[in-house]
Each structure stands twice: as structure tokens, then as C-alpha cells.
Design a protein around this ligand. Structure first.
Ligand SMILES: Nc1nc2c(ncn2[C@@H]2O[C@H](COP(=O)(O)OP(=O)(O)O)[C@@H](O)[C@H]2O)c(=O)[nH]1
Ligand SMILES: [Mg+2]
Length: 375
């Protein structure tokens, strides 16, 4: 994008962008677009509607061309690419609005609720607002079969570890563009882009506006069995993401604890064939290598692309110095501080803590410090 285009784009910035992903929704677009645009107009909100279509070839392009004469509509046609979540992200990337709203084209989501979602963002100081079926005042069309209802409920329950929202699976939501920019490692694997965004944008203040979820107006659902399986894959990836992004200290301590178990197990095994001093040395080395592996892979995962050999050597050195710190702290306390003379165990505990603290700081600042090129 050159400078002139950038200036033009800033000038035409609007308050709201409504992203509507579509696949074969030519019949619904002439209903949903005017209703959304009018609802926003009535609330004095300047807006654009971005339809992201995956080359439906059902007349969507012609319908959108007609609608664009009357309403602030832009059509993005993706060719050779399919997928609801990636379509939503594409629309959000090209949005000019300060607030982003995502909704389905099939009139399941009441267009008249869009302004309410936007207002809830500010009024309740929220960073994510859901048009929700499952809060008081919300409901779904009675014609929902038992199977679909159950399916939705189970899927919602499975999302519980990631959000307390009652309807986290909703495809009707609003967030600020600024919040969207915080997103890390978006991975539009499944259908649940709202859940993905809540987790990856670190949204803590999630609010829900009740909606009545209607049966789709025209056409058929594109939700397939494959998408249900994708959802499970999606949850597994979110779990991995969450686990990876825990604070470093508890991860480091957990690795250390597992290392102690490995140390003892290796020692017990080694003693079957080796004399005690050699078995002890071998077990310590095995545990140290174990700790190195998990710290590199998990605790300090951002540094996993740096030189393995360099990190390994530095880690072993840090452990060695850590052991000396631990030893001198405990022996020093025991020998020179009267309080510890009768409490050698307590002195040892403090030594272990000092050694671990040293290891942790050395790991952060030296061993796994990210080199300039990967930072
Ligand atoms: N761009 C794009 N939109 C899609 C795709 N699959 C579904 N959609 C749209 O996403 C919205 C929700 O899909 P829908 O089939 O109604 O799912 P359901 O409500 O869960 O049955 C609708 O506006 C669809 O047209 C896709 O692969 N690409
Ligand atoms: Mg639908």
C-alpha cells in the first residue's frame, strides 16, 4: 500500500465494520444487508459491511453489486479458499471500522441487535460482546431438533476451560479492532472463530447480549460432521496454547519437580549395574538433560529456534553453578547462623530454593535469552 492510499483509507475510516462470511447466501444477502445498515444508521453509527464470500457462484457477486449502490457494502471474493474462520479473519484484516462485528448471513442473528452489541462494548467496559442464546432473555427457535440442541450444549460445555461465557460458540460477536490487533498465533482451524479470538486476544471482560436465534431464512447449513471433528482439534490446540502461555516460573518449577522424579528413578535403575557414586552422577545428568529438554520445549518455548548445543552447554553450566549456590547457602547458614545449627534440614530447603532461583534467573537471562535475530 502506498502513502496516498493509506491516507485515503484513514480518511474513510468508519465506526463499525460488520463482517459477514458467506457461502451460497445470495438469497439471504438482500434481506440481511439492508436490515443491518438501517439498524446502524438509526443509531447514528457510521458503518461498512464487508461480505467475504468463497466464490459461491450463486449470484452473490451480482446481488452485492446491486446492494452496494444503496448500502455501504464491500464484497471480498476469495477464490480457491474455503472456510468460515479464515473468511472472518480476512474480513477483519481489511476492516476500517474501530469496532468489528461478525454475524452470519442467514438471518439467524437478528440484525437489529447489532447496535446493542456495540453499545455493550463501551457501556460495560467489555473487550468482547457475544450475541448470546444462553443468557436470560436469549433463546433459540423451537424447531431446533433435540440432536442439534444437545450437540450445541455439549460443545459449549467443552469450551468451559477457556471461557466462562454461556454461549462461546456464537458466530455473532463484537470487539474493538484494537483488541483484535492483540491476537497471537491465530489458527482458524474450525468453525468457532469467536472462541479462538476470545482466547488469543486475551479477552477477560466478556459480556453477553441476549438474542433470539432464528432458523436460517433460506438455504442449508454448511456445518458438517467434519467441522465437529475440527472443533475437537481446535479445543486441543487451544489447550496447548493455554498451557504454553502459563507464566514461566510455575512451568519451570513443574519441570524441576518432574526432574527430581526422573533423577530418583534413574538412580534406582543405574544402581543395578553401577557403583553408587557413578550411578548418582549418571542420574543427575539424565535429570538435567530431561529438565533442559522440557524447559526448551515448554517453559522457554519462544527460544526453541536458537542453537541447541549452546543452550545445552549453558544450561549444564547454570545447573552446576546452581548446585554450588545451593550447597554454599545451606552449609553457610548451618555453619555461621546460630538459628540453623540445630536445623540443617531447614538450611537445606533454603539452599534448594536459592539454587532453583539462581537456575531460573540464569535460564531467563542467559541460557534461553532470545538472540536478536529470532526476537
Ligand atoms: N466465506 C465462507 N462462509 C461460510 C463458510 N461456511 C459457512 N459460511 C457462512 O457462515 C455463516 C454460518 O454458516 P451456517 O451454514 O449458517 O452454519 P450454522 O448456522 O452453524 O448451521 C453463514 O453466513 C455461512 O454462509 C465458508 O466456508 N466460507
Ligand atoms: Mg446458520
Amino acid at each position: 500500500m502506498n502513502v496516498v492510499e493509506e491516507v485515503v483509507e484513514t480518511r474513510v475510516a468508519v465506526q463499525v465494520t460488520v463482517v459477514i462470511p458467506t457461502y451460497r447466501e445470495a438469497e439471504n444477502l438482500p434481506v440481511v444487508v439492508p436490515r443491518v445498515a438501517e439498524a446502524l444508521e438509526q443509531h447514528g453509527l457510521s458503518a461498512e459491511i464487508v461480505v467475504v464470500d468463497d466464490d459461491s457462484r450463486d449470484g452473490t457477486e451480482e446481488v452485492c453489486a446491486d446492494l452496494a449502490d444503496r448500502w455501504p457494502l464491500r464484497l471480498i471474493t476469495r477464490r480457491g479458499e474455503r472456510g468460515l474462520s479464515s473468511a472472518v479473519l480476512r474480513g477483519m484484516n481489511e476492516a476500517r471500522g474501530e469496532v468489528l462485528v461478525v454475524m452470519d448471513a442467514d438471518l439467524s442473528h437478528p440484525p437489529e441487535k447489532v447496535p446493542e452489541l456495540i453499545e455493550a462494548l463501551d457501556a460495560e467496559d467489555a473487550d468482547f460482546v457475544i450475541g448470546s442464546r444462553y443468557v436470560a432473555g436469549g433463546d433459540t427457535d423451537g424447531q431446533w431438533g433435540l440432536f442439534r440442541w444437545l450437540n450445541s450444549r455439549v460443545a459449549t460445555l467443552l469450551a468451559r476451560p477457556f471461557t466462562t461465557a454461556r454461549d462461546p460458540m456464537a458466530g455473532f460477536f463484537a470487539l474493538r479492532r484494537e483488541t483484535y490487533r492483540r491476537a497471537e498465533e491465530l489458527n482458524p482451524v474450525g468453525y468457532k472463530i469467536g472462541l479462538e479470538l476470545m482466547v488469543k486476544c486475551g479477552c477477560r471482560r466478556v459480556r453477553e447480549v441476549p438474542i433470539f436465534f432464528h432458523q436460517r431464512l433460506h438455504g442449508e447449513s454448511k456445518l458438517s460432521w467434519k467441522e465437529q471433528l475440527n472443533y475437537l482439534r481446535h479445543l486441543a490446540r487451544l489447550a496447548e496454547y493455554r498451557l504454553r502461555h502459563l507464566p514461566r516460573l510455575p512451568k519451570f518449577l513443574a519441570v524441576g519437580a518432574s526432574g527430581s522424579a526422573v533423577d530418583l528413578a534413574a538412580f534406582a535403575l543405574a544402581m543395578l549395574t553401577l557403583p553408587v557414586p557413578a550411578a548418582r552422577a549418571l542420574a543427575i545428568w539424565v535429570a538435567m538433560t530431561w529438565n533442559f529438554y522440557w524447559n526448551r520445549r515448554w517453559t522457554f518455548f519462544e527460544s526453541r529456534r536458537d542453537s541447541l548445543l549452546r543452550q545445552y552447554v549453558l544450561f549444564c553450566l547454570a545447573c552446576l553453578v546452581g548446585a554450588v549456590v545451593s550447597w554454599s547457602t545451606s552449609v553457610g547458614l548451618w555453619q555461621y547462623v546460630a538459628f540453623f545449627t540445630d536445623r540443617p534440614l531447614l538450611a537445606a530447603v533454603l539452599g534448594v530454593v536459592a539454587g532453583m532461583a539462581f537456575n531460573f534467573v540464569a535460564s531467563c537471562k542467559i541460557v534461553f535469552r532470545r538472540s536478536e535475530k529470532t526476537a
